[in-house]
Design a protein around this ligand. Sequence first.
Ligand SMILES: Nc1ncnc2c1ncn2[C@@H]1O[C@H](COP(=O)(O)OP(=O)(O)OP(=O)(O)O)[C@@H](O)[C@H]1O
Ligand SMILES: [Mg+2]
Length: 359
Amino acid sequence: MEAVVVDMGSKYLKAGFAIPDQPPSLMIPTQMKHVAQDEKSHFLPTEVKTVDPVVRGFVNDWDAIEDLLHHVLYSGLGWEIGNEGQILFTDPLCTPKAIRERLVQMMFETFNISGLYASEQAVLSLYAVGRISGCTVDIGHGKTDIAAVIEGAVQHIASKRFEIGGIDLTKLFAQELLKANPKVNLDIAEAERLKEKYSRCAEDEIAYEKTNQCKIEKHILPDGQMIKIGRERYTVGEALYQPSMLGLEAYGIVEQLVRCISTVSSENHRQLLESTVLCGGTVSMSGFEDRFQKEANLCSSAVRPSLVLSPEYMPENLSKYSAWIGGAILAKVVFPQNQHITKGDYDETGPSIVHRKCF
Ligand SMILES: Nc1ncnc2c1ncn2[C@@H]1O[C@H](COP(=O)(O)OP(=O)(O)OP(=O)(O)O)[C@@H](O)[C@H]1O
Ligand SMILES: [Mg+2]
């Protein structure tokens, strides 16, 4: 049986058997519904609460993630109880040791898996484009990770995690839309759908300044209300280049990348910056990549970032699941070559084995 690869993102859980040139077979919301029932109501649901088990990239509700993984592995992928296979997890940058250990413990003790490996998302996203060195800018839903990787190892001094992601852009978009449409009732899920459909990046700051005269789109919401979408659609993308729009005193994304890389020895700058990979769902915003490259070309640094294109043999929209694809590539190596944590290793050493065997 092929190993399973799982990327538990703040918004989407990507999972599937390790077939490296195919997208993950499951991409579902990382969400659970808790249904309260009581005897008085004859066990009919009295309250339904939505739970997000992964927040800003890290698991924060272990019961909910256990239920979700149970569903994914047994119902979604067809594992059988008593015959569980091997699994590879993708770790976001700076995952606390305690979280890695708890996941390993849950997988061996509750799921009784036969083997496990975990690797950092930045390394995996580079594998997906056929590189072992370079840097990644991963803008997901809950966080942005900028990482430098040399020969398959994350250079932590030149890597940084930012607590900004698609969720913050959705909130900004909702807020801006409500300013322009004060009478409209807009929930956050609908605002997110509108963001994914309409938001785009202006070519540069000057072009953004001119967007106050842009065409106004009229969109009919599912409940029949009409909403007007104008400049707001550009504001969302602009916030990644001018974070002050999100109320943050931070540099734009290209400047952040160059600053991160400048902390490693200058002889590595070219190797890193000239293999920059953009990943995460948010980078699929239309115009994002062009704006990134345009700003990169204007950098005053000696070496300017340039983007690695997705190889032709890779599936479309690779950036949305590049960490998962890299995980599938790695799974094809670590499990057959016995570099993974076995049940025997776990029984002998306990959860801390993950820090020794998986890096
Ligand atoms: N076309 C688009 N324009 C703008 N945002 C988009 C688009 N498509 C997807 N997104 C956003 O991408 C985010 C999901 O990306 P991704 O799947 O990489 O996140 P994740 O892995 O679940 O989260 P994280 O890695 O931050 O824990 C959501 O916020 C979603 O709204
Ligand atoms: Mg992610």
